[in-house]
Design a protein around this ligand. Structure first.
Ligand code: FE2
Length: 288
């Protein structure tokens, strides 16, 4: 089995999103591999009382948004009446499909108290045949997300999608996807299986780790794009002073044309125009 190497490293840059929320996003984002469309690290940001902001009402069509919170508290509401809270360690896997209009705001209690907010949002594309599927939510609390650990205790992995170290995800994805959050202590080594038909990337958000048989260093704030293969070796230098934390995202590419405009991701420009028209006419979603 061929070992995967890091093909390219992309730095991230800080920018403001969703009405002024600071995010780190790979630059250029167009290099995030199919089926992924976007990777945002939201924060970490320290909000004073009554200052936290989020994303007020906005639409989506044609893909999935996955929100994973590490710190803080968010409240999600949509125009079809679905509502839910996200607390540290929780995941919301939202399949926008034919259309969702929602808001992603700080929880009122968190807004009042202020505090640190930190998390991730990724966008996963839907294949053409599923772009107009009925919207679907999978709100998974921290307690239900499987965690794997190496025998030596140096590698910890939270399995949001896919499988690792004997743990298998409870979330059902439309496109086959792996979404793993690793925390590795100095001296840790792990060999992760990433199916050979998947594209993949790693994103480091604490410390630094090495990847591939060439031991390419990936530092905090960098994205590494995986080359072809099946086995992916990762680890942390035994002399490192801190643990490394990173996401491993991998998935089967759709290999379909992408027409993208803001919150709509379809296959053709005509479908984008239709989405804009449906939104303007109030027919993007079924209102209760
Ligand atoms: Fe959204």
């Amino acid at each position: 089995m061929l070992n995967r190497e890091i093909q390219k490293i992309i730095p991230t840059r800080r920018q403001l999103e969703g009405g002024g929320f600071p995010v780190r996003r790979p630059f250029p984002m167009s290099e995030v591999p199919d089926p992924f469309l976007l990777l945002d690290e939201m924060g970490p940001v320290d909000w004073p009382p009554n200052k936290a902001i989020g994303a007020p009402e906005h639409p989506h069509r044609g893909f999935e948004t996955v929100t994973y919170l590490l710190q803080g508290s968010m409240q999600h509401r949509d125009s079809a009446g679905h509502a839910g809270d996200l607390n540290p360690g929780d995941v919301q896997w939202m399949t926008a499909g034919s259309g969702v209009i929602h808001s992603e705001l700080p929880h009122p209690d968190f807004l009042a108290s202020g505090g640190t907010s930190h998390g991730f949002q990724i966008w996963v594309n839907l294949p053409t045949k599923d772009k107009m599927m009925a919207p679907r939510y999978q709100d998974i609390p921290k307690s239900e997300i499987p965690v794997g650990q190496s025998d030596d205790g140096l590698t910890w992995v939270k399995v949001i999608a896919g499988e690792s170290l004997g743990a298998s995800a409870v979330i059902d994805t439309v496109q086959p996807v792996h979404y793993l959050h690793f925390r590795m202590e100095p001296g840790a080594e792990h060999q992760q299986h990433v199916p050979k038909n998947f594209n993949g990337l790693v994103y480091c958000f604490a410390g630094a780790f090495w990847a591939g048989t060439k031991c390419t260093q990936i530092k905090n704030g960098s994205v590494g794009i995986l080359g072809p293969g099946e086995l992916f070796e990762i680890g942390v230098d035994g002399r490192a002073e801190e643990d490394a934390e990173f996401l491993l995202l991998a998935g089967e590419p759709t290999n379909e044309p992408i027409a993208r405009w803001g919150p709509f991701v379809m296959n053709t420009q005509e479908e984008i125009m239709q989405a804009v028209e449906d939104y303007e006419h109030g027919t993007l979603v079924q209102r209760p």
